[in-house]
Design a protein around this ligand. Structure first.
Ligand SMILES: NC(=O)c1ccc[n+]([C@@H]2O[C@H](COP(=O)([O-])OP(=O)(O)OC[C@H]3O[C@@H](n4cnc5c(N)ncnc54)[C@H](O)[C@@H]3O)[C@@H](O)[C@H]2O)c1
Length: 322
């Protein structure tokens, strides 16, 4: 397949592009390389991709309709995986417009470009953040109409607008809701990578809340595999991609890194942030049924791989702005 992958210099986009190529697909990857976090990390990921046969990079902004239309006109595409976007719950309180522009309007721009060019398959990155306030484990059929952050609200827009295109124009949509993704070269605004570095350096860890909040962590390779599996025709489906068994507390995650690094964390506890969720836990039987997908990498294995990567790449990772 010829696939357009947005956000290819991002954490999940990079791994998904790599696996798509590995499976024999042709990938046009786009990214605007914005500086929400240190661009050196995005450039490093991109460098891992650019030498791969079947991969082409174009610097295109999802917010720019003209750029997108030119891109669609220039490439014979068959499907789109939309992983580009504004991630991060806390920054969405500071800059909500960016989230609406890229996650909401940017998704609409993609849908319209697809319509103009006769492409009907879209895999859309969504989020467990939509489940705030719901009973666990989180099931796709739960009503999620009360998003507690601009980030979650912008993702809700994308899901429902994609439904409209399914209804009106027979688009085939897989909206995959990811649950706290971690692994090598992960996002520096998320706890796993920054906590590993801070513990290693002896820098105090800024911890919002008392560490009892928990996440259904999912390893990035599993997420990439599930995202690609979601390219199959489904009609319109929302599908959880998450660890699916027992959420792990942030304190337990810190302990795991402490034992892997043989160092003790220094903790700077700050008040819990209202836009954050206390716990997440995915019900994943739908992913098993529709995509034959289950996570394969355990938290023990995944955290070991993250720490090994950090230690191998420490020379430049220690220079990243966190
Ligand atoms: N990482 C997680 O735990 C997680 C959980 C749930 C959902 N998600 C979603 O998955 C997707 C990928 O997340 P990620 O962790 O890889 O984030 P990321 O920030 O590493 O990747 C997103 C990429 O999109 C690019 N981008 C942003 N705005 C753009 C624009 N206007 N035009 C073109 N490119 C743009 C960024 O430069 C970045 O490289 C996002 O939609 C995110 O909301 C991630």
């Amino acid at each position: 397949m010829n696939v357009l992958l947005t956000g290819c210099a991002g954490f999940i986009g990079w791994k998904t592009a790599e696996l798509l190529i590995d499976q024999g697909h042709q990938v046009v990857g786009i990214d605007n390389l914005n500086d929400y976090y240190d661009v050196a990390l995005k450039n490093w990921r991109l460098k891992q991709l650019t030498h791969l046969e079947g991969f082409q990079f174009e610097r295109v902004d999802l917010d720019n309709r003209d750029e997108l239309n030119a891109l669609f006109a220039a490439h014979p595409l068959e499907a789109v995986i939309n992983l580009g976007g504004r991630a991060g719950v806390r920054y969405s309180m500071e800059n909500p417009h960016a989230y609406v522009e890229t996650n909401a309007v940017g998704t609409l721009n993609i849908l319209e470009a697809m319509r103009s060019h006769g492409i009907q398959k879209l895999v859309l990155a969504s989020t467990s953040s939509l489940y705030a306030g719901q009973k666990m484990p989180f099931l796709e059929s739960l009503p999620v109409n009360e998003p507690i952050s601009p980030y979650a609200a912008s993702k809700k827009f994308a899901e429902v607008m994609a439904y409209t295109y399914h209804h009106l124009y027979d688009f085939d949509i897989s909206a995959v809701r990811f649950f706290t993704v971690y692994g090598p070269a992960g996002r520096p605004d998320m706890a796993p990578l920054r906590f590993v570095r801070w513990i290693d350096e002896g820098t105090p860890i800024t911890l919002f809340g008392d560490g009892s909040q928990s996440r259904d962590f999912t390893y990035v390779d599993d997420i990439a595999r599930g995202t690609i599996a979601a390219l199959r025709p489904v009609g319109y489906e929302i599908i959880n991609l998450g660890g699916g068994n027992n959420p792990i507390s942030i304190s337990k995650m810190i302990e795991t890194f402490e034992s892997r690094l043989g160092k003790k964390a220094v903790i700077d506890e700050q008040p819990f942030i209202k836009a954050d969720m206390m716990h997440t836990w995915a019900e994943i039987s739908k992913a098993k049924r529709l995509l034959d997908w289950e996570p394969q990498v355990s938290f023990e294995e995944g955290t070991q791989r993250l720490v090994d990567w950090y230690l191998a790449e420490k020379e430049w990772v220690s220079q990243l702005v966190l």
